[in-house]
Design a protein around this ligand. Sequence first.
Ligand SMILES: CC(=O)[C@@H](O)[C@H](O)COP(=O)(O)O
Length: 269
Amino acid sequence: MAFKDPLTIAGVTLDSRLLLGTAGYPSPALLSEAIEASGSQLLTLGLKRTVQSGDNGFVELALQTARARGAHLLPNTAGCHTASEAVQLACMARELYGTAWVKLEVIGDAHTLQPDPFELLEAARSLVNLGFTVLPYCTEDLVLCRRLLDAGCAVLMPWGAPIGSGQGLLNLPGLRTLRERLPEATLIIDAGLGAPSQAAQALELGFDAVLLNSAVSQARNPAAMAGAFAEAVRAGRAAFRAGLMAPQDFARASTPVSGHAFLLGEAAR
Ligand SMILES: CC(=O)[C@@H](O)[C@H](O)COP(=O)(O)O
């Protein structure tokens, strides 16, 4: 049975727990179809890409589709390497898109695209002071995550794996610890998911949502893949709410064998 299980971020209620990126699709039409199929109500837009390279109508179409669906925009600071660059870009995004929400991305290593924790924290503090609702892309480092929450970030978005790698949840113990130690925080797995089963796993672990891009934009059929992720996210969340059994070290018979066997009819005489 379908049930309402909304996600609330900074007072905004979202019916979908799938956040979708809008970069790298083969065509604007395929992007639009994927957005529809995903059911996502929060779409990220890479502002740097838009401003610096032109985007052949992708952003305009994403905006149109978002508006038509009543979805919210989450401009991101992808491609920034310093706090000041990210803050500047976020301010431009606020002007351009009329939203004070920002997915804060400050990259510290060009090879792994790992966030720079120091610049990230500095940028988060500045943006919160400027009145932004900040959703930082971070690692699963517990101390960093605590500092980001203390800085006033609305949610945390730890990586599953490096952006675009499709490797899934690489550090399961670390992510489990984060979930356990920050039970009140809204935690969204962002980046590195390659398959719907990995998204389901994130929700099963108790993460509140997932954000992904490459797995859908690079699929042979992006719309079909977006639909598959939407179902996986719903299934993972439903399983988490239902309460998963605890894994056991040894076999435990699922059929009771205690009591006396009895036979019926001829065989009983
Ligand atoms: C679009 C966006 O925000 C990405 O930076 C995000 O982190 C998604 O990563 P994947 O492409 O690995 O899903």
